[in-house]
Design a protein around this ligand. Structure first.
Ligand code: ADP
Ligand code: ZN
Length: 835
């Protein structure tokens, strides 16, 4: 019997689904997972069919109006997973289903008008005009009607006809159209020797223009370049924006063009093994487990714990080949696409033409295209950050989550979920193999492996590169490679030795600078040998704040009271929460002293310090600009990779997955600031950061080393990281979590209350806590407790005050299920942090 009713998820933050009747003309074609057009409150709404039934819980219903796409856009598995996601994280199912669709897809629809009743007799000339148009040309989109009918009185007429059932209006999907190509490259339009003439000429034509100085600066920067340069590099150097470059192009002073990305340029310089190497003994023993799981074609979950450079990626590639050989597809998730260029190249070299990348920098049109390719099985490998998990592959046989400990896998915007759990359910639903890989697994994941919920595979030894890669690097550097004919393609190499420096002792000995003596001399030696160094600041939750040495005044954001950070390039103070900025004061606003100082170190201070102590070193800085503009990040990394700089100064992002063969020294300038954040994951994050940072050293020909500076060197996170001792750290961390009842021993939820009025935010939180306590007592929930209410660490963001309650319980959902939908409650299950 054809279905009579459909349960529909509307694209909205509503907790429930809605019921509609299925009109006769759709009864045969409608399926679960179809994108449909339904009436909802005010006007048209896209929705997803979650279920079809022949009875409905509600009596009078509106009808489903039309299918917006002829095929279902969600598989039955995806529909089930969306429901599970909604239930597991107490998030609206109406937000979950849309995760499986390209962003804004439903916005790309147009109404289409179709004649239903050709026997209807037009009541007036306007109706007649419209109806004869439909009978002549069939179903028409709005734009087509607009060009066919010269006046604009027709929409109300169409509305009337629709109400009378004479015509039907349906929405159809109109895929986004690609944007025109972008300007990516800039070059002087004249010989650099003519720079002075050009500047004179520019001054003549543009002396009154506000941006004239910037334009001149652009010319000077470009005059130092031999080849066309990435425009983002010009932007970063000069503060120019695209209109500035276009203006200069209008003056015929520069040329603008397009180009391939630097990744491809690097590909020409770096050796990328296109054939699978023979596995090392460690790899082979891990592989035997993966191989048999893949062959079984049933769900199996693995945690691949391998130190940095131990050959994890090589195993992923091997597993991918096996899944592809079975005619199945692969999802390969990475934390940050901008920093995984090297991994991408390896995948593409091994599986040419078979991998597609999905990421947020793609335009809507490009995403739609990749989505369609994945759906049709045209590309069997999809790579990307967490959103790539939703690529509609028909039969995924392998899901890989690389750097599984990374915070980006916990989605922090609605709907909030943990990518790793969803990937696990997805693998179960598709009988696929799941591999979570990391050098520093989340201790919660490790605990699950210990409980046999995942199979633990270990790669304890770091490899010294692929033999051919090492040889190609050696040839360029005029060195002898460490390989000889008797060896296979890989040799093991120890992890870099780490020197842990106690900065308190350093200060007692009279060194108050940013660099300990150990770091200074290591830098000195590294630069003298012509090698590269990475200097790292862990700036999570801290900043370069401005304070007065006389009265103790600290410059704070007027909006949210966060200490402001000082930025040298424009002498401005900035708030990293709300974006507020103002000029740095010369005198203390509170006591007028001029002994107002910048305290704590930012990347700019470290950069300045390197330049002061090593004037001939070429320094690159990776700061928030690079963080927010991946193209700037690319430009910086490319320069560094090519050896056009000696020292790279950056924040924690630099540690993510980079393989920079020239780097022999990693200096962690401040290891411990993040330790003092009021967050139960603070120690773990510090451990991961230091371990990953240290892992960047010595990945090329020459052995590397690391210097870690700390004011709390005895802290277990720092001490274990410097000894490369993951197991020791995990044991201590898990003991601490168990003692305090934090995950993985109990599940954590946070409820945030926000209000523009400080007192109201607080009283909302207090009422909330009372209501929750009552609910816990009423249900008799054991092992469930409430922490707080308390102001959040970020107690105010912009105009909004924030208070929070934490709930620790075997299953906090039991207490929170009703609350999750209450007004003003922002419920977060398994939050990444509780700041
Ligand atoms: P990870 O993913 O753990 O950081 P990779 O897979 O990138 O490790 O391996 C580190 C280096 O060793 C890479 O240059 C890789 O090409 C090389 N490598 C890995 N496995 C082998 C092998 N079996 N034979 C030769 N080289 C290998
Ligand atoms: Zn602010």
């Amino acid at each position: 019997m054809p279905p009579l009713f459909a349960e529909i998820a509307i694209h909205a933050a509503v907790p429930t689904t809605f019921h509609y009747s299925v009109p006769e003309f759709l009864a045969d074609s409608i399926r679960v997972g179809h994108l449909v057009d339904v009436g909802f409150k005010t006007g048209r709404q896209p929705g997803i069919v979650m279920a079809l039934a022949d009875s409905s819980p509600i009596a009078t219903l509106k009808p489903v109006r039309a299918l917006m796409h002829p095929d279902p856009v969600l598989s039955p598995q995806a529909v089930r997973l969306a429901r599970r996601l909604a239930d597991e994280y107490l998030v609206p199912v109406g937000l979950c289903v849309w995760l499986w669709l390209p962003p804004n897809l439903a916005q790309h629809t147009q109404p289409r008008y179709r004649l239903l009743d050709s026997s209807y007799r037009a009541a007036d000339a306007l109706e007649l005009e419209l109806l004869s148009l439909f009978s002549r040309r069939g179903a028409l989109r709005e734009a087509q009607i607009r060009t066919a009918i010269q006046h604009n009185h027709w929409p109300p007429v169409a509305e009337r006809l629709e109400a009378e059932g004479v015509i039907r209006v349906e929405s159809v999907l109109t895929p986004p159209v690609p944007r025109p190509p972008k300007v990516q490259l800039a070059q002087l339009a004249f010989h650099p020797a003519a720079l002075d003439d050009a500047l004179v000429g520019l001054a003549r034509v543009a002396s009154k223009a506000k941006r004239a100085d910037v334009w001149a600066h652009v010319l000077r920067v470009l005059s130092r370049e031999e080849e066309p340069v990435d425009v983002s590099w010009v932007y970063a150097q000069t503060g120019a924006k695209l209109p500035d470059l276009q203006k200069l192009a209008d003056f015929d002073l520069i040329l603008l063009g397009e180009k391939k990305t630097w990744r491809d340029e690097l590909a020409e310089r770096d050796y990328i093994p296109a054939a699978a190497p023979m596995l090392t003994t460690d790899q082979a023993s891990a592989w035997s487990h993966l191989e048999s799981a893949l062959a079984r074609g049933k769900y199996a979950g693995f945690l691949l714990h391998g130190v940095t450079g131990s050959g994890k990626t090589e195993l992923y590639l091997k597993a991918m080949a096996s899944a592809l050989a079975q005619g199945r597809q692969v999802l390969y998730l990475v934390p940050e696409i901008a920093l995984t260029a090297q991994t991408l190249r390896r995948v593409r070299a091994r599986f040419p033409g078979q991998a597609a990348v999905i990421h947020s920098r793609l335009s809507e049109a490009e995403r739609y295209r990749v989505w369609g390719q994945a759906r049709d099985g045209a590309v069997p490998i999809v790579i990307g950050p967490r959103s790539a998990l939703f690529a509609p592959l028909p039969d995924p046989g392998l899901i890989i989550i690389d750097e599984e400990h990374d915070g980006s896998y916990r989605n922090m915007s609605a709907p909030l979920y943990d990518t790793r759990r969803l990937a696990e359910w997805m693998a179960q639903a598709h009988d696929a193999v799941l591999i979570l890989g990391s050098a520093t697994p989340d201790v919660e994941t490790m605990e699950r492996a210990k409980r046999r919920e995942l199979t633990l595979l270990e790669l304890p030894a770091r490899l010294h590169n692929h033999r051919l890669r090492a040889e190609s690097q050696a040839a360029r550097a005029h060195l002898l490679p460490e390989y000889d004919d008797a060896q296979r393609d890989a040799v093991a190499r120890g992890l870099p030795p780490v020197t842990l420096v106690d900065m308190r002792a350093e200060l007692r000995d009279g060194n108050a600078t940013l660099f300990s003596r150990a770091l200074y001399s290591a830098l000195d030696e590294t630069l003298a040998r012509g090698e590269q160094a990475v200097l790292l600041l862990n700036r999570r939750g801290t900043s370069t704040y401005v304070f007065c040495r006389d009265c103790g005044y600290v410059a704070r954001c007027p909006n949210d009271q966060q200490p402001l950070t000082y930025h040298e390039h424009d002498s401005n103070l900035r708030c990293h929460l709300c974006g507020h900025h103002s000029p740095a004061p010369m005198r203390c606003p509170s006591c007028s002293s001029d002994r107002i100082r910048y305290f704590g170190a930012g990347t700019q201070q470290v950069e300045a310090e390197v330049m002061r102590r090593f004037p001939s070193a070429r320094v690159l800085r990776w700061d928030s600009d690079a963080l927010h503009r991946p193209e700037v990040a690319d430009a910086i990394l490319a320069r560094f990779w090519e050896g056009r700089a000696d020292v790279l100064v950056g924040t924690q992002m630099v540690t993510k997955g980079l393989d920079l063969p020239g780097v022999t020294l990693v200096g962690v300038v401040s290891a411990d600031v993040a330790l003092h954040l009021p967050d139960f994951r603070a120690a773990e994050r510090a451990f991961q950061l230091i371990t990953q940072a240290v892992g960047r050293a010595g990945r090329g020909l020459r052995a590397g080393r690391a210097v870690v500076q700390s004011h709390a060197p005895e802290h277990y996170a720092i001490a274990h990281a410097c000894r490369h001792d993951y197991d020791g750290f995990a044991a201590q961390e898990l003991a601490y979590r168990q003692r305090l009842g934090y995950p993985p021993y109990r599940r954590l939820a946070r409820v945030v209350f926000k209000d523009r009025n400080a007192a109201r935010a607080r009283s909302l939180a207090e009422q909330g806590a009372r209501a929750l306590a009552a609910r816990i007592a009423e249900l008799g929930l054991t092992g469930t407790d409430i922490i707080g209410p308390a102001p959040c660490y970020y107690a105010r963001i912009g105009e909004v005050f924030r208070w929070q309650i934490l709930v620790r319980a075997p299953d906090p959902r039991l207490a929170l299920r009703d609350a999750a939908t209450a007004n003003g409650w922002h419920v977060e299950l398994d939050p990444d942090d509780v700041l």
